[in-house]
Design a protein around this ligand. Structure first.
Ligand SMILES: *Cc1c(COP(=O)(O)O)cnc(C)c1O
Length: 389
């Protein structure tokens, strides 16, 4: 394992503070490192491997497409891409889909769609996109500008102009902003993931939605992390009492292959014409075949399982020694412990349980189908580590 780590440190740009673990293979919610040590995967590659590692159904879907055609470019039609878009629209009521390769790109597409819609409908000076403080929307210059955390902005000035941030639960900031700036769209996560697994209060989402409806401002839900069954509904907005005009998603949709999707609702369904947007890899048949197999499996039974496991985790951890509070929705769980989150994650790693951090929280994003016995084994370790003085 040491040789992999040394080579990586020599040749890979130093942007990631990696844990000293080199994963070689796995099955379901269990992973193995180059020294043969077993880990329980409570992070699923940051919410990506929705049904676990090397899941049979997903592997079959991907490899059978791989043997047919791996890429065509968007000059031609392919079946998996059309079938995935159809299923996404059927399951959500959205009208059209644009495929890309990541969450940031899905958000870029949403921002472009909102800018074009607003410029055509409300004038070229209507371009401001409002986002929430504490949000995370991606690493491109534009999605960094959208991200409502100053520390991400400092190194890369100037960022794309036309973004403004308001605080969660402060609708007056929005109305005050609207009095001096034309607003094209409001972009938000229903549960802020990277920002600390913080659900945005439903009452505030309702206030935003009411204001947006009154002023023909588009609502964009960033469901890159919350989407695809993670929170107990197919998309988190479905349990928040709002209907966005645009939904972006990625992470869990592909089950481990890069894909992003931007779902366009009634208002914006025809905003793009030929040449207005594009992506060489977007809608790649292999990524789409894998995603189709994932999306088909996120039915009521799978979602009920997510809710039951979420309740189990909360029941075990709420009020446990060393734990101050639990946040999140479904299998997106934030643990505020007495000790620093990074220390807890490091100790869990050593004990064979892979967890994530989100600011001061330990973040859990296990596979939606993690077996109960594996889950309870992991929860016992997390509990034990949190309880340490
Ligand atoms: C991860 C994430 C992104 C960025 O996705 P990438 O695939 O890394 O570009 C955007 N928004 C949210 C809410 C995310 O969690």
């Amino acid at each position: 394992m040491q040789s992999i780590i040394e080579k990586d440190k020599t040749y890979i740009a130093d942007t990631y503070a990696r844990f000293p673990v080199a994963i070689t293979h796995g099955k379901g919610s269990e992973l193995y490192d180059a020294d043969g040590k077993r880990y329980i995967d409570m992070g699923s590659g940051i919410g990506v491997t929705a049904f676990g590692t090397a899941d049979d159904e997903w592997v079959n879907a991907v490899t059978s497409q791989l043997a047919k055609v791996q890429h065509t470019s968007n000059l031609y039609y392919t079946e998996p891409c059309a079938a995935l878009a159809e299923l996404l629209c059927e399951k959500t009521g959205f009208k059209k889909v644009f495929f890309s390769n990541s969450g940031a790109e899905a958000n870029e597409c949403a921002i472009k769609a909102a800018r074009k819609y607003a410029a055509e409908k409300k004038g070229a000076d209507c371009y401001t996109i409002v986002t929430l403080r504490g949000s995370f929307h991606g690493r491109t210059l534009t999605t960094l500008a959208a991200t409502g955390q100053d520390h991400y902005h400092e190194l890369y000035q100037p960022l794309t102009p036309g973004f403004a941030h308001i605080s969660v639960d402060n609708i007056y900031e929005l109305t005050a902003l609207a009095a001096r700036t034309k607003i094209a769209a409001i972009l938000f996560e229903c549960v802020q993931g990277e920002g600390g697994v913080n659900p945005v209060p439903k009452e505030f989402l309702a206030q935003i939605a009411e204001f947006a409806a009154k002023h023909d401002i588009l609502l964009i839900a960033d469901e890159v992390q919350t989407g695809n069954g993670r929170t107990g509904t197919l998309y988190a907005y479905m349990q928040c009492g709002i209907t966005p005009d645009i939904v972006t998603t990625a992470k869990g949709l592909g089950g481990g292959l890069p894909i992003g999707a931007t779902l366009l609702g009634e208002k914006v369904q025809n905003v793009f014409g030929h040449g207005d947007h594009g992506s060489t890899f977007g809608g790649n048949p292999i990524a789409c075949a894998g995603a189709l197999s994932i999306l088909r499996r996120i039915d009521d039974k799978a979602l009920d399982e997510v809710k039951a496991k979420s309740a189990y985790i909360r029941g075990e951890l709420e009020g446990a020694k060393g734990i101050e509070s639990i946040s999140g929705m479904g299998l997106m769980v934030g643990i505020k412990a007495k000790r620093p989150s990074i220390d807890i994650v490091k100790e869990c790693n050593e004990k064979g349980v892979l967890c994530l951090t989100a600011k001061d929280k330990v973040r859990l994003l296990p596979a939606l189908n993690i077996p109960m016995d594996v889950l309870s084994e992991a929860v016992a370790v997390i509990k034990e580590v949190c309880a340490k003085e």
